[in-house]
Design a protein around this ligand. Structure first.
Ligand code: S3P
Length: 170
């Protein structure tokens, strides 16, 4: 059995990282960490306010520091923010000792999951579907490069967790 320090879930917004991460952590007796919560705590304000007051670049720098810290902290299931893949150093650090898994979903499923959410500044647009598709398009190659992939569109949370647990225990 490979000995991973932690499990790291990558993937676009609305692909189920938080929900699945919580369930996987509970099943495996690991600690669940939501990177967005860590960033909010460090910044002392919600994500939309970080983007509005300080800009995306500042958000990314807090995110980068959170990756450095969390990748050195074993025993966790980490739900990353959807933009963590934008910095290849983040992927490198989490891949060092962690099991990295990329969750995906169709744009339709993503839209249904995030439609009424106001906490994602990058999706603040009149046409959310268009925004999802263009962001996905620009990042697809980065998500596709993660070795372990699970499409969550038609799976239950339990089925997704089953797959993660089997990768973890391989
Ligand atoms: C972002 C995704 C969000 C959050 C921020 C930026 C992105 O996290 O980190 O709004 O760039 O895709 P979730 O993927 O948890 O929604």
């Amino acid at each position: 059995m490979a000995n991973y320090s932690n499990i790291v879930l990558f993937g676009f917004m609305g692909t189920g990282k938080t929900r699945i991460g919580k369930e996987a952590a509970a099943r495996l007796g690991l600690v669940f960490v939501d990177m967005d919560d860590v960033i909010v705590e460090r910044a002392g304000k919600p994500i939309p306010e970080i983007f509005a007051d300080d800009g995306e670049a500042h958000f990314r720098s807090i995110e980068r520091q959170a990756v450095i810290d969390l990748s050195a902290q074993p025993g966790c299931v980490i739900a990353t923010g959807g933009g963590v893949v934008l910095n290849s150093d983040n992927i490198r650090d989490f891949s060092q000792d962690g099991l990295v898994v990329c969750l995906s979903a169709t744009p339709e499923v993503i839209l249904a999951r995030v439609e009424h959410d106001t906490n994602r500044p990058l999706l603040n647009a009149d046409d959310k579907m268009e925004k999802i598709c263009s962001l996905l398009d620009s990042r697809q190659v980065l998500y596709d490069a993660i070795p372990n992939q699970i499409d969550t569109s038609e799976l239950t949370a339990t089925e997704v967790v089953d797959r993660i647990v089997s990768l973890y225990q391989q």
